[in-house]
Design a protein around this ligand. Structure first.
Ligand code: CA
Length: 412
């Protein structure tokens, strides 16, 4: 496939991608896609009759969230993507005569792409769970007995998920320093990121209904980069007995573009072997992991950028279909726009770890940055950027980026 739009080499937004997001320029937010460095306003395009016979209510594109569009259902949204791909490769496309539907990416402000009703965070990377288990608990028994039997997760907080570019304020919280008898309240000293991939629910279930690993993909609209900001000292003190709370819910960053499952189809790969065998409701067939290269960068305020991690979504021990089957196995319902995040994605080697906690061994071995600085955890003024893409020759499908700069804490 070749588009008549000029697409920069190595662009995440090739003709093979066609992701969805919410943008605005001079007026109200609209549903959009992106090709190369151009954003296409799908509301303006729909008003020309472009989606006639497929989406007749053009107002689904005149929205500040993707939920109504996603609710059209995969048979429709899939065709919308294909119709866009067709017209962007067709030399006689009517879009040649519709310059007003295009806007340069730089001129478009991107917004939170979906109204997220509920956010669930899993813990599905065996490398991450092992590394953290060694540090927080027992090095000899890093994985708890349940870990290989079910995709561990917890219910997160949707209200504090912020669009890429939003500053993240260092949280205040309660911690207990090792040498103190009493806890103290103040800014976290161990601010960290978690490299994650999220998926957005594209079809609802009713309370009591379950999803199987074999039909789970019908319920997944697409994937998005996600940074689950974490405060490790708050986490250490609070997480027993009920798990993550204020160490996690002060902010999570989400990228603006949702890449559809259809666009990722060519990048399916076999997941890791699961030993022992999982229970029948978690068994699956086929290729359910995706080869998506992921990177994390730190940029100190006014300083040079350093890539500190190169990981891959393919390392996930538990795949998205298993997560969804497990999540609904008790009848818990899911709704359009719900976000399910993978949990920190760490690979098998030192260069592929998905958090500072792991990279620095709890702060003991700082990371050296280009330009000479060192980081045990994230400092005020630092910008953390995550990027991701799947590629096969010139067939590239990327996720753009999620970045947040850290602001100093409010006076405690
Ligand atoms: Ca997490």
């Amino acid at each position: 496939m070749k588009s008549w739009i000029e697409i920069p080499d190595q662009s995440d937004f090739s003709i093979y991608n066609i992701p969805f997001g919410i943008g605005s320029d001079s007026g109200a937010p609209y549903v959009c896609t992106r090709i190369g460095d151009q954003v296409i306003n799908l509301y303006k395009l729909a008003q020309t009759g472009f989606f006639k016979g497929l989406v007749d209510d053009v107002d689904v594109f005149n929205q500040s969230v993707l939920n109504p569009f996603i609710a059209l259902g995969k048979p429709v949204t899939k065709e919308v993507r294909l119709r866009l791909q067709e017209t962007l490769t067709n030399m006689n496309s009517p879009l040649h005569h519709l310059p007003e539907v295009f806007a340069p990416f730089r001129a478009v402000q991107m917004h939170l792409p979906v109204a997220i009703g509920d956010y669930t965070d899993f813990y599905s990377s065996i490398e991450h769970a092992t590394n953290v288990g060694k540090m927080f608990r027992d090095p000899a028994n890093a994985l708890l007995p349940n870990w290989r039997h079910l995709p561990i997760g917890y219910h997160g907080r949707a209200s504090s998920i912020v669009i890429s570019g939003t500053p993240v304020r260092r949280p205040n919280g309660q911690t207990k320093p090792n040498d103190a008898n009493q806890p103290v309240f103040g800014p976290t000293k161990r601010l960290d990121f978690e490299l994650e991939m999220g998926f957005i629910i594209g079809k609802e279930t009713q309370l009591g209904e379950t999803i199987s690993t074999s039909n789970a993909e019908e319920y997944i609209f697409g994937l998005v980069l996600f940074n689950d900001w974490s405060a490790r000292d708050i986490q250490t003190w609070e997480y027993v007995p009920l798990g993550p709370f204020l160490a996690k819910n002060f902010a999570s960053g989400i990228a603006p573009w949702i890449v559809t499952l259809e666009a990722l189809e060519p990048f399916r790969v076999q997941g890791p072997e699961q030993v022992p065998a999982v229970l029948p409701y978690l068994a699956y067939q086929g290729l359910k992991n995706y080869d998506i290269h992921l990177e994390v960068q730190i940029t100190p305020d006014g300083g040079e950028t350093t890539t500190i991690s190169r990981s891959n979504f393919k390392y996930m021990y538990w795949n998205m279909c298993q997560q969804l089957a497990h999540h609904t196995s008790n009848g818990c319902n899911v709704r359009i726009g719900d976000l399910m995040a993978s949990g920190t994605i760490s690979g098998p080697d030192q260069g592929s770890l998905g958090s500072m906690l792991e990279m620095t061994l709890g702060g003991k071995n700082p990371v050296t940055l280009n330009g000479g600085g060192q980081r045990s955890f994230i400092e005020d003024g630092d910008t953390v950027t995550m990027t991701g893409w799947a590629a096969n020759g010139d067939h590239r499908v990327g996720f753009g980026s999620v970045y947040n700069q850290v602001e100093s804490a409010l006076k405690a």
